[in-house]
Design a protein around this ligand. Sequence first.
Ligand SMILES: Cc1cc2nc3c(=O)[nH]c(=O)nc-3n(C[C@H](O)[C@H](O)[C@H](O)COP(=O)(O)OP(=O)(O)OC[C@H]3O[C@@H](n4cnc5c(N)ncnc54)[C@H](O)[C@@H]3O)c2cc1C
Length: 419
Amino acid sequence: MADITLDEFRAEARSFLEANAGQKAEAAAFAWGEGPDDPALFETIDRDEERRELTRAQAWRAKRFDAGLGWISGPPQLGGRGLAPAFERAYGELESQFDVPDQSFFGIGLGMVAPTIADHATPTVAADLLPKMYRGDIVGCQLFSEPGAGSDLASLQMNAVRDGDEWLLNGQKVWTSGAHYSDIGEVICRTEPDLPKHRGLTGFVVDMNAPGVEIRPLRQMTGGANFNEVFFTDVRVSDSWRLGDVNDGWRVALTTLMNERASIGGGSSTSGGFTRLQEMVRHFELTDDPLIRQELMDLYIRSQLLHYNNQRSLAALKRGELPGPEMSGSKLVLTENMRRTSAFVSRVLGARLTADSGEWGTFSWAGYVLGMPGMAIAGGSDEVLRNIMGERVLGLPKEPGIDTTSPFKTLAVGTKRQD
Ligand SMILES: Cc1cc2nc3c(=O)[nH]c(=O)nc-3n(C[C@H](O)[C@H](O)[C@H](O)COP(=O)(O)OP(=O)(O)OC[C@H]3O[C@@H](n4cnc5c(N)ncnc54)[C@H](O)[C@@H]3O)c2cc1C
């Protein structure tokens, strides 16, 4: 581990950021009618503009990486800095104070796919792909869900058949966020149909530009198309790009899902912060309305509780513990807060939410209200997370599975999808 203190590192990171990016205006300076008006939960930009944003985001990641700040906790032999996760967090805190290109393109790749590659790919493949991912040269996506397999992920049907040193992949995935701008994907396939469903799966990394991969956009009610259907027809994948052992793909998938839950649960429920809601109430002269005041305070208390629960998880991570079921709780509270925020802004804005009059801070919230239901499904639906909390935190009896053969037997390998 390099010989540098956190304070020295912060000074280094600050001077890099000051030399390469502008400082954000102070949050306290929020004023109604000024600044970005984008509370939407999903972007609605067209795919050409999205490409240009991605190019800017990649340029920024490359600059960071080349300055030794792109993979702070990564191994030095792969271009990482070899520092503790606390240094990574310190950099994240500092960067959030600066105006840098949107880095959400890398969320799935670096937050979920890269840790899975690090744990389950061969050392050669990991050494090839990980530095490129952290430098932003390649982007990764997660190809898990299928039309007949979401919460019950282990029932997926896309198959992979061995052909010498390669595998032939055939089938369909759905809801793949960012597939259209990704270079690689982590895919889970059925490799042994005769084994119990959790045991006949294998994970692979797949080249999203390989012959036989077809990506079709799915347009959601927000107007954007952040997701895709991905069709695989005789797609060839080298056996060296397999993740983990043959038929051990469930373990590979769980690595990804654990990281996904941790990264979503740690989010915040109100884009732009609580001040935005407070100022909305002031702007529409509703500060004397007792119901509005009550709801606003309720939202504040709930957002603080979520914040403290996240702090608790962060403290556990700092102690080196793995994310536990409390992250399912955080994700549930996050979506409940979003649902309440959605109802609150709908009450305050009324008809302004339904037609774009050009008035700042009004119709733009339609993107939040329409995007909210998706947040209650992604990263584990509310119902599935409640099952997890019931079973693993409260110790309630396990839910009977739909594929239980005997009415007296509970599902043998019933781990539910938590993403
Ligand atoms: C914003 C967003 C981004 C996504 N990105 C990706 C991605 O990048 N890659 C990817 O692979 N997938 C992605 N998905 C898909 C997501 O993982 C699935 O939508 C999710 O797992 C739910 O599966 P499903 O849609 O098939 O619904 P189903 O599993 O069919 O569920 C339908 C309904 O039944 C309920 N239900 C299911 N099982 C139970 C149970 N045991 N008990 C009680 N109720 C239950 C659910 O809560 C839900 O209300 C994304 C989804 C969204 C919304």
